[in-house]
Design a binder for this molecule. Structure first.
Ligand code: NAP
Length: 295
């Protein structure tokens, strides 16, 4: 069997079209224009390209976007002052501080300073707490993207054995949490694996849905999964250069061999990646609606 390819590029395109229509309607009917600010400290090339992609997508959807770039030696106090200014700016509904931050700045302190009402990355402890409790909140973008990919591809999670590899605060823990919530798209039996897991193959082999976010290129091989598994590969690993000089990417799953056993699988690139930015836009639109009393 060769797997169905779950294209994040296609699903993201579908959601972006919906968002674009929603943004146009908000402007026409309610004079509301969602606004996103991205804050980048320093000149890390990967961060620069992530921020550029976020602003480009925002513009394409009709979202007002502002990009603030600060020098690498910016102090924590200066960054906190900027966050506070954005918290009070009525044109801005979403604040994104690109991580990682330079070492003189305490990341947690900055993320906690963002108003939970504008925390479109979903990293603020208030939003994390609401997510765990199953309350309305901004869901973190990558886990939310995984959820949407599964739902829009018709993958049933109800009663499924979901195995997540990786327990980071931005992917592994929240995605595991979303899968066990008592609602559509959740209701799974969830196992979370990490570097101290004793027998990882035991767990991965019984997964109906395997979600891998470890950051280790091609770590999951075909002999570690069962026939008919649905695989969501969150990993993005640079494994060399293409002939045109671009970074060559690989996921955490050995795509070519695992796709022969899986029922469905996401590719890298073109899987979870495009969904992450799309969910950031969805959260920004949601925030604008909430501020306008429309949601
Ligand atoms: P992270 O913070 O480094 O966490 C990696 C997790 O994987 C840790 O919990 C670690 O366990 C676990 N792990 C690592 N090696 C393992 C192994 N050999 N066996 C079992 N568990 C192992 O990484 P992250 O931020 O969650 O990101 C994970 C991957 O997703 C990266 O490739 C990243 O680039 C990618 N990513 C993609 C997107 C996207 O939009 N597509 C977004 C975010 C991240 P311990 O806790 O025990 O150390």
């Amino acid at each position: 069997m060769s797997a169905k390819i779950i294209s994040g590029t296609e699903v993201a395109k579908e959601i972006r079209a919906e968002l674009k229509a929603e943004v146009a309607e908000l402007a026409a009917k309610h004079k509301v224009v969602p606004g996103l600010v991205t804050i980048l400290v320093g000149e890390d090339p990967a961060s620069q390209s992530y921020v550029a992609a976020k602003n480009k997508t925002a513009k394409e959807l009709g979202i007002h976007s502002e990009q603030v770039t600060l020098p690498a030696d910016t102090s924590e106090a200066e960054l906190l002052a900027l966050v506070e200014k954005c918290n009070n700016d009525p044109k801005i509904h979403g604040i994104l501080v690109q991580l990682p931050l330079p070492k003189q700045i305490n990341e947690a302190k900055v993320l906690n300073a963002i108003s939970p009402d504008k925390d479109v990355d979903g990293f603020h402890p208030v939003n994390v707490g609401r997510m765990v409790l199953g309350e309305k909140c901004f869901l973190p973008c990558t886990p939310h993207g995984v959820l949407e990919l599964l739902q829009r591809s018709g993958v049933k999670t109800d009663g499924a054995e979901v195995v997540v590899v990786g327990r980071s605060n931005i992917v592994g823990k929240p995605v595991a949490n979303l899968m066990l919530q008592k609602r559509a798209g959740g209701n799974a039996t969830v196992t979370l694996c990490h570097t101290r897991t004793k027998d990882m193959d035991f767990h991965t082999k019984r997964a109906d849905i395997l979600i891998v976010a470890a950051g280790v290129a091609n770590m999951i091989k075909a002999d570690q999964v069962k026939e008919g598994v649905v695989v969501i590969d969150v990993g993005v690993n640079r494994v060399g250069m293409t002939e045109s000089g671009k970074a060559k990417l690989a996921g955490d799953v050995e795509f070519d061999s695992v796709k022969e056993k899986a029922a469905a699988i996401t590719p890298v690139p073109g899987g979870v990646g495009p969904m992450t930015i799309t969910m950031l836009m969805k959260n920004t639109v949601q925030s604008a609606k909430q501020f306008a009393g429309l949601a």
